[in-house]
Ligand binder design. Structure first.
Ligand SMILES: C[S@@+](CC[C@H](N)C(=O)[O-])C[C@H]1O[C@@H](n2cnc3c(N)ncnc32)[C@H](O)[C@@H]1O
Length: 204
């Protein structure tokens, strides 16, 4: 899906995603000391806005202008200060020259070659002691998991994300699948995500 496909998907007034942060983002980032954060492919900004409310100096990047506009309006409505940047995840390192304590990718669902580019660009923005966090629908979610894309080409595995980040010189702190409970009209169902945390260097 390109930016105009996503613009269309975001064009209704309703939220496409939840207003609350993703549960893994919340768990992982609550344990970190707030600093500077960049949320790449931020969508309607649920995680970016939550990070800002937790004391992070947060930046959201997104290539759908419609999503970014929604994110900006939600933040303003709630009196939350966030820097919003219209830009492509694959080339974000060309438009942002700051380094961040947290580089977040949450449900960026793109083909492997785009994922490699986006993670490369994100890794360029990682400060010396920062963390790069990837949360995504796992390929294994296709086997009975709820939600997420059904196209295997835009789904990955913890092993593949770990391999890309290791090739970029990052140090893996956590990598694996994680189950997420989802409330549906048919009751509780389970989604299989992947969660990978990497640092620019070994953390003490
Ligand atoms: C499933 S949504 C997740 C949004 C948000 N991270 C969240 O968790 O609510 C995927 C987002 O990735 C964005 N996206 C996809 N490819 C992108 C790219 N190359 N550059 C920037 N954003 C991209 C889409 O526009 C969409 O907002």
């Amino acid at each position: 899906m390109d930016a105009s496909d996503w613009d269309q998907r975001y064009s209704s007034t309703d939220l496409v995603w939840s207003a609350e942060p993703n549960q893994f983002v919340e768990q992982i980032c609550s344990a970190l000391k707030p600093g500077t954060a960049i949320d790449i492919a931020c969508g309607e900004g649920r995680n970016t806005i939550w990070l800002a409310t937790q004391g992070w100096k947060a930046t959201g990047v997104e290539f759908s202008a419609v999503a970014l506009d929604k994110a900006r309006r939600i933040a303003e409505h709630n009196g939350v200060d966030v820097d919003w940047i219209l830009g492509d995840a694959r080339t974000v390192d060309r438009i942002v020259d700051q380094r961040f304590d947290l580089v977040l990718f949450c449900y960026l669902q793109v083909p492997d070659s785009d994922l490699v580019e986006a993670l490369r660009a994100g890794a360029q923005l990682l400060g010396e002691t920062g963390r790069l966090v990837v949360v995504a629908h796992a390929l294994a979610n296709l086997e009975g998991g709820v939600g997420g894309p059904q196209d295997p080409a835009v789904l990955s595995t913890p092993e593949r994300v770990t391999e890309i980040l290791t090739d970029l010189g990052l140090v893996i702190e956590r990598g694996g699948e994680a189950q997420r409970t989802v409330q549906t009209d048919d009751g509780e169902r389970t989604a299989t995500d992947l969660v990978v945390i990497a640092g620019a260097q070994h953390q003490r």
